[in-house]
Design a protein around this ligand. Structure first.
Ligand code: UDP
Length: 241
């Protein structure tokens, strides 16, 4: 078994719920430290890691769709982007407590707490071996951090976009409801779109498909999985053309 990573540079999409206790909202420090130590182990293999962090454990803009006349949906999306910054700061401290050099870069300027996201600077951090946490998604409302992850994977020339989820990969149906759902080990983009499989949002899939960015969907709850994934070991579902 090789110790060198197969993937030199990855974008890792972490949903907000990976930072909270199962079934709860908000931030669970135990979960944050668990994810951080997995990221640190993968980074120690020599893999350059850009984490795109979600905010669903705190707030999703779409929750407010049509429910509140006093909070506009666009405003709620900005609130969601700010939620990702809260998560990013928690993850940064957890990583640094493990001696992993980390920078938070925000797509919405917030000079007191994070660097602005500048593509060339992000490249530089990665080359220097710093893990970067990309907060505030794309900086624009009405999309999700999946779209941000696809976008960053392309512009940072990642080898693969890794999406960490709470199930083992992509299934034919929702595995938490249907015990007969089948886990796919490989898929192509076309099948994902035709069967409407729940992988990432459709904009993200379309972008990866158009630019041939491979996607790996895998379970973040299994210890060592991030490390296995960057080594190119068989985990989760791999989606290519
Ligand atoms: N969001 C946005 N633009 C972006 C990224 C995120 O408006 O580029 C908002 C959107 O409302 C989203 C929320 O931030 O629901 C939190 O992100 P997401 O739902 O992707 O978090 P996750 O489900 O990954 O935890």
């Amino acid at each position: 078994q090789t110790t060198r990573p197969t993937f030199k540079r990855v974008v890792l999409k972490l949903s907000g719920e990976s930072l909270s206790h199962a079934g709860e909202r908000g931030i669970g420090m135990e979960e944050v430290v668990h994810i951080a130590s997995q990221i640190q182990q993968a980074q120690q293999l020599g893999c350059q890691i850009a984490v795109v962090v979600g905010g669903g454990n705190i707030l999703r803009g779409a929750q407010f769709k049509g429910t509140s006349a006093s909070i506009q949906e666009a405003t709620a999306h900005y609130m969601g982007m700010l939620a990702t910054v809260i998560n990013a700061l928690a993850l940064q401290d957890a990583l640094e407590s493990l001696n992993c050099a980390t920078r938070v870069m925000s797509a919405i300027r917030m000079d007191g707490v994070a660097e602005p996201y500048i593509r060339r600077r992000a490249h530089r951090h990665l080359e220097k071996g710093r893990t970067i946490i990309l907060a505030a998604g794309t900086g624009s409302p009405f999309v999700t951090t999946d779209t941000a992850a696809a976008q960053r994977a392309l512009e940072l020339e990642a080898d693969i976009l890794m999406k960490a989820t709470r199930v083992d990969g992509v299934y034919s149906d929702d595995p938490e409801r249907n015990p007969h759902a089948v886990l796919y080990s490989e898929l192509d983009y076309k099948t994902v779109r035709e069967r409407n499989l729940r992988v990432m949002d459709s904009t993200a899939i379309a972008q990866c498909m158009e630019h041939n960015m491979p996607i790996l969907v895998f379970n973040f709850r299994k210890d060592g999985n991030i490390q296995r994934a960057v080594r190119g070991e068989k985990v989760g579902t791999r989606i290519t053309s």
